[in-house]
Design a binder for this molecule. Structure first.
Ligand SMILES: Cc1ncc(COP(=O)(O)O)c(C=O)c1O
Length: 366
């Protein structure tokens, strides 16, 4: 029986030539290809201040630090995400304050944010679940009223738009992931977008020990005075070479995800035992995931597995982990959502026959 996976690495044969050229160029660290990749991303996303990094996890920690989040500060965030969203808050010595979610989108619910704000709150972390943009306008309004920074974890959302602009470009910081199974990959890699040029300039130093990589020093091996220590978070030229090639395909990849999602939205509408998640008209989802709610989820997953269709909840709610046990609080909407939510294959590898088979399998019941 054919197996339809939930994720697949997109790697075009055409990367081989530029990869070989970079590998044999005598320079594989952060150099000209990283610069080219940053210019291309800046143009693609219409964002002037961009910094590539070695992962979104690193990028989120960098963004938190640039946002002024440090020891004892609080960050209001969603538990329904990859641990990579929230563990950087812990790494900064800060406290994740769990907001409840919107059951229609699986995103942070703006209605649950304001009551959680205290004098220690520094920032709001937003995740665009599966690529579907969160209610940014409401969150921008709250942040403005209370003087808080916003970080958009856009790891699922390359290609998603909100009010006509790319997600991750209109808040204080936006962070993207180029990890293996994302819409586009550099094997591992990430991107930080800053709204302010000064944040970008500080971030450029903090992603490499606090040292300017383009100095005009007498001894090129010896750094100038390091004023503020930084991490080793930079991207290398090999990853950037792969990224530059992937950028040529990403629009077609996203179009395939969207087309499959539109098919499901149409074909599964009204199917018994299924509730679909709507996307509001002022935004578009790049559908890294296609999430729906199903009755009797365990039986649904078992039936789909028997029919060769991979399904998963993808991310365990972060507040359940022992390492953050002390921060637990009641989250009734999340509690309900995690009983029924499930993701089905939607990506570029799902062809017309596959998606028909998936729809028929769901309509057949479980
Ligand atoms: C929501 C979210 N944020 C952050 C990350 C971390 O990305 P990376 O693997 O590039 O560090 C992921 C990874 O899948 C993710 O799903």
């Amino acid at each position: 029986m054919k197996q339809i996976p939930l994720f697949k690495v997109f790697m075009p044969e055409s990367v081989m030539e530029p990869v070989k050229a970079t590998l044999l160029s005598g320079y594989v660290g952060q150099g000209p290809r990283v610069e080219d990749f940053e210019k291309a991303l800046s143009a693609r996303l219409n964002a002037p201040h961009v910094l590539t990094v070695n992962s979104a996890t690193s990028g989120l920690q960098l963004a938190l630090r640039l946002a002024g989040v440090g020891a004892g500060d609080e960050v209001i965030t969603t538990p329904l995400t990859c641990t990579a969203t929230n563990w950087p808050i812990l790494a900064q010595g800060a406290i994740p304050v769990w907001a409840d979610v919107d059951e229609d989108s699986a995103n942070i619910d703006p209605a649950s944010i304001e009551a959680l704000i205290t004098p220690r709150t520094k920032a709001i972390m937003v995740v665009h679940w599966g690529g579907t943009p969160a209610d940014l306008q409401e969150i921008w309004d709250i942040a403005r009223r209370h003087g808080l920074k916003i970080i958009e974890d856009s790891a699922h959302a390359f290609g998603s738009t909100y009010q006509g602009a790319h997600v991750g470009t209109q808040s204080d910081f936006g962070v993207f992931s180029f990890q293996a199974i994302k819409h586009m990959t550099t094997v591992d890699g990430g991107l930080v977008i800053a709204r302010q040029a000064a944040d970008c300039e500080r971030g450029r130093l903090l992603r490499w020990y606090g040292i300017d990589r383009e100095p005009r020093r007498a001894d090129f091996r010896c750094e100038d005075d390091v004023v503020e220590w930084g991490w080793k978070f930079h991207m290398n030229d090999l990853a950037a070479t792969i990224g530059l090639e992937q950028l040529k395909y990403v629009d077609a990849t996203i179009a395939r995800h969207r087309d499959n999602a539109a098919f499901y939205q149409h074909e599964l509408s009204g199917a018994p035992g299924v509730t679909l998640l709507p996307v509001k008209s002022d935004r578009s989802s790049a559908y890294w995931l296609y999430t729906l709610k199903v009755e009797n989820r365990a039986a649904f997953m078992a039936a789909m597995k028997d029919r060769g269709i991979a399904t998963s909840r993808v991310h365990e709610r972060n507040d359940r982990h022992s390492t953050v046990a002390e921060y637990r609080r009641p989250l009734p909407r999340l509690e309900r959502l995690v009983q029924t939510m499930i993701c089905i294959p939607v990506g570029w590898w799902v062809d017309q026959e596959d998606r028909r088979y998936i729809v028929d399998s769901i309509k057949k019941g479980w």
